[in-house]
Design a protein around this ligand. Structure first.
Ligand SMILES: Nc1ncnc2c1ncn2[C@@H]1O[C@H](COP(=O)(O)OP(=O)(O)O)[C@@H](O)[C@H]1O
Ligand SMILES: [Mg+2]
Length: 587
């Protein structure tokens, strides 16, 4: 009746259900109680009418009300028990699924996060998983209870008048056909709804996170209009779901009405003939009317399943995405010590376009290598290859002779500290931000790192000192201060390889000088890759490479490159032609 194809992904869901066998069993007992109590209610209509009202039996007048109270009490108890147990199972499954999803997303490579919008991913974990919950709780909770109840009531109608019961059974599938048809439509449209919701989320994320730019460019009304267009799109889709969903009920009710009209005509004529009693007729009627609720719910079940399957497809699409940055079978553990890093004939592309070509680099342990070049040249891509955020397309990168693809990813990344242009801190205390990735750090170590990063003094001015939450500070932290906390974090990690990707580019000259001093402390004794836009920031480099369009075009120290009058010289000319005050003096 329901299009339930058990793909592997749905088996995964069922496995989660199976873990709760005992609770499910108890819940089923509760459902049986509900079903028997419901059937008993319809069953009792006959003695009420025939024994009390027609035969005026005084004893029954006591017994039946007591029986009614008992039946309703048991039914209430059963309802509570099954609702509690089934929701416990449902919520638990959803929690597991959310955790699985989050764990999996965390393990996906950086490329995945560049492709997928944050808002869409958030919508997968919040919205879609919620819809699956709807499916699991309605499907498992509702359907079993309703099936049991239907069986109980069907028993009553057959017991009271089997001929009339047969007729009712014939009508049922007819009433179901439109329901199945509408279910299909609901699934289709609700997929559209969820996709639209995901887009809405990522839109919100962008315009709230980037609100400063929205305001600065006076784009508020433009964004309001765009948002309103998106909510309109969602509105239209939601309304389609509403139409499909709300049409299925009245159609069923109408078909049910036809059936009831017939039962009244047929059953009534038998009572008039004297071959049946009013009690039998009304008991039958009561059971048929009571059948309506569970059947209607079962039809809603189809919709819930269709929506849930659509949502679970989206969730499992992510769960089944495999990371192409794989841990080798026999990973080499890289030990903590100064490292030599070599690029041998490395090529790299994102999609089709090669962004790095023929890269050959030998960086000795403890050497500071500066990488410069115009924006878009491939500098960030080059350093992203070292921690295996991406894998090379051709060639090899080695650390002390070991191909990094043969190393355990965690031991590889353990060797590397990164400071980027955008200082990323988490909404946690300053202490925890500095100790990020190094939770066992002692207070002394944290303070030492903060001092070396020139962050200690300003942290001391905060109300909670190192226990101040980053969130509490709001906009109070300047770019330079954030960057110095990031540097403290890297100092504490104490990794032998250091990557500085335009760490000072976003700062003004004053903030930069402090950050520069902090960086100088950080670089000491480490194999360092420093990407810099401003030539003034590469004074301590032992060697400089210039990258143009993904190729290393020049290599040497400042004096040599300056004398060559090539790319480096051009960059220098561009930067200093307008500022007389900054004399460039090669050593
Ligand atoms: N995630 C990405 N997907 C596709 N192309 C990218 C991605 N990141 C960078 N690129 C492209 O790769 C080239 C090099 O970029 P990048 O390494 O960031 O340069 P740089 O750091 O020197 O400014 C650019 O043409 C850029 O458009
Ligand atoms: Mg870059």
């Amino acid at each position: 009746m329901f299009k339930l194809k058990l793909k592997d992904r749905h088996k995964h869901l069922l496995l989660l259900v199976k873990e709760n066998k005992f609770r499910l069993f108890l819940a089923m007992v509760c459902m049986l109680v509900i079903a028997v109590a419901s059937a008993a209610t319809a069953f009792l209509v006959k003695p009420v009418l025939d024994d009390i009202f027609f035969n005026k039996d005084a004893q029954m007048l006591i017994i039946i009300p007591i029986a009614v109270i008992l039946v309703y009490f048991l039914r209430g108890l059963g309802s509570y028990g099954q609702a509690y147990l089934m929701n416990y199972v449902g919520e638990g499954i959803i929690r597991n699924l959310r955790n699985d999803l989050y764990d999996h997303i965390q393990d996906l490579p950086l490329a995945f996060f560049h492709k997928e919008k944050t808002g869409v991913l958030m919508s997968r974990i919040t919205n879609d998983v919620n819809i699956i919950k709807g499916m699991v709780s309605t499907a498992v909770t509702g359907s079993l209870k309703d099936c049991f109840t239907i069986v109980g009531l069907t028993f009553v109608i057959f017991y009271r008048d089997w001929k009339m019961a047969l007729f009712a059974i014939v009508i049922l599938p007819l009433a179901f056909y439109p329901v199945v048809e509408f279910g299909r439509r609901v699934r289709r449209v609700s997929t559209g709804c969820q996709e639209s919701m995901g887009r809405l989320n990522s839109f919100l994320h962008e315009t709230f996170a980037g609100n400063k730019i929205v305001k600065a460019f006076g784009m508020e009304s433009y964004e309001k209009k765009r948002f309103s267009d998106r909510t309109l799109e969602l509105f239209k889709l939601e309304m389609k779901v509403v139409i499909a969903r709300s049409l299925s009920s009245p159609i069923m009710e109408f078909l049910g009405g036809i059936g009831i009209a017939f039962i009244i005509w047929y059953g009534g004529s038998k009572v008039i003939e004297g071959t049946s009693t009013a009690g039998t007729f009304f008991s039958f009627m009561a059971a048929v009317l009571m059948l309506y609720e569970p059947i209607k719910k079962l039809s809603g079940l189809n919709n819930a399943i269709q929506q849930g399957l659509a949502a679970s497809d989206r969730v499992f699409d992510i769960i089944e995405t495999e990371s192409d940055i794989k841990e080798p079978e026999n990973p080499v553990q890289i030990m903590r010590k100064p490292h030599r890093v070599t690029f041998e004939d490395v090529f790299f592309k994102y999609d089709d376009v090669m962004v790095l070509k023929e890269i050959n680099l030998h960086v000795e342990a403890g050497e500071i290598l500066a990488i410069i070049g115009m924006s878009g040249g491939g500098k960030t891509s080059l350093v992203n290859l070292i921690p295996r955020f991406y894998d090379v397309d051709r060639g090899v990168i080695r650390i002390d002779g070991t191909d990094i693809r043969d190393a355990s990813i965690s031991s590889l990344r353990d060797q590397i500290a990164i400071v980027t242009q955008e200082p990323i801190l988490f909404n946690d205390t300053i202490r925890n931000n500095i100790a990020y990735g190094n939770r066992n750090a002692t207070n002394e170590e944290i303070i030492k790192a903060a001092k070396a990063a020139y962050a200690y003094d300003f942290v001391q001015d905060f109300p909670g000192k190192f226990d101040t939450n980053i969130g509490e500070l709001g906009g109070r932290l300047s770019g330079g201060e954030k960057q110095r906390i990031c540097i403290a974090r890297s100092l504490l990690k104490d990794a032998p390889i250091l990557i500085l990707d335009e760490a000072t580019s976003a700062l003004d000259a004053e903030a930069e000088s402090l950050v520069q001093r902090a960086l100088k402390n950080l670089m000491k004794g480490r194999t360092t890759f420093v990407i810099a836009h401003r030539l003034s920031t590469i004074d301590y480099a032992n060697r400089i490479v210039v990258i143009v369009n993904g190729k290393i075009v020049e290599e040497g120290n400042q004096e040599e490159l300056f004398a060559q009058q090539g790319e480096f010289y051009k960059l220098y000319q561009m930067q200093y032609s307008n500022s007389q005050d900054k004399e460039f003096q090669p050593e």
